[in-house]
Ligand binder design. Structure first.
Ligand code: NAD
Length: 248
């Protein structure tokens, strides 16, 4: 497949789970991929597995909430392949804390990784894209940013913020050739969800119209579509690979 052969991608949080699947899918469709993760070893491992399959990938570790780290990962991407044409802001964390005991540090860190990280990534990516008159940004939100989540106020607020950021950037830059969209997955089988009890996962799966969770590859397919010219008319949208859990 070479649908994305024209793209030089940077995927954050691509050492595991959804980000890893996205990086692998983009590379399989012909993109060169810069693999970011906070954990350098996992970023290297994803890049190595792409290279083993004959794809082009390089690792660029760093914390998406740090302006300096974001600058460094983009500089690494540019040095390896040239200006980034496809930015996927995926890195994320989750903790479950009741609102009455949620401390400000936990709230701030959640907002920093998700919302600030997404802002910093978009802002760094956008300049070269506008200069070239083309580019694609895909931000990974969550359905919890659309419907809220119990003991997840910080996470839901950050994800709702990402959806707002996506719509605003899309309004601002679409006429200049850059398409910005979001993806809001439902429950997806990754370590992030496997950390929750089997009992909760069984109950949650039973209430889904599809009766099963998605796989990281399902989200990756959505991102690959949005990255491609097949999605040329999609602007400021939030696509929902979510087993039917949320229907908007
Ligand atoms: P995961 O924990 O499997 O992977 C997340 C990756 O991000 C890890 O490799 C981690 O090291 C990295 N990371 C964390 N903080 C970082 C930082 N500050 N800078 C760079 N990298 C960092 O999680 P996942 O399930 O693959 O989640 C990926 C994204 O999808 C997240 O934004 C998450 O909120 C979102 N999401 C997940 C689900 C789900 O059910 N799994 C549902 C909706 C949305």
């Amino acid at each position: 497949m070479s649908r994305l052969a024209h793209h030089r991608a940077l995927v954050t949080g691509a050492g595991a789970g959804i980000g890893r699947a996205i990086a692998i899918r983009l590379a399989a469709e012909g993109a060169s991929v810069t693999v970011n993760d906070l954990d350098p070893a996992s970023a290297e491992a994803t890049a190595a597995s792409i290279a083993n399959e004959g794809g082009r990938a390089t690792a660029a570790p760093g914390d998406v909430s740090s302006e300096a780290d974001v600058a460094a990962m983009y500089a690494a991407a540019e040095a390896a392949y040239g200006p980034v044409t496809l930015a996927v802001n995926n890195a994320g964390i989750v903790t479950q804390v009741p609102l009455e005991t949620m401390d400000a540090a936990a709230f701030d860190r959640m907002i920093a990784v998700h919302l600030r990280g997404c802002f910093l990534g978009c802002r760094r990516a956008i300049g070269p894209m506008l200069a070239a008159g083309s580019g694609v940004i895909v931000n990974i939100a969550s359905q919890l940013g659309q419907i809220g989540g119990t003991e997840l106020a910080h996470y839901s607020a950050a994800k709702a913020g990402i959806i707002g950021l996506t719509k605003s950037f899309a309004r601002e830059v679409s006429a200049r050739g850059v398409r910005v969209n979001a993806v809001a997955p439902g429950p997806i089988n990754t370590d992030l969800v496997r950390a929750i009890s089997q009992e909760w996962r069984d109950a949650k799966a039973a209430e889904l119209p599809l009766k099963r969770f998605g796989e990281p590859e399902d989200v990756a397919a959505t991102v690959a579509f949005l990255a491609s010219d097949d999605a040329r008319i999609y602007v400021g949208q939030t696509l929902g690979p979510n087993s039917g859990d949320v229907m908007l």
